[in-house]
Design a protein around this ligand. Sequence first.
Ligand SMILES: [Zn+2]
Length: 67
Amino acid sequence: MGAKDAGETLTLVCPHCGKSFPSAVQMDRAAFAAIRIKNMRERCSACLCASRFDKGDYFFALDEGQT
Ligand SMILES: [Zn+2]
């Protein structure tokens, strides 16, 4: 309770391999709510395939216990 948003990673799910990967665009929730994202080209860190994403494809994932 009352914890900061640190440790949240803006994340995408790759349509090619189905794995989630961290977006190249990292920001906090307030900034994310304010910007527009459409046809953002990002490359999956798992299979290295580039895909286009819209804002609805992004979500915040908690990276618990990761450094
Ligand atoms: Zn992939």
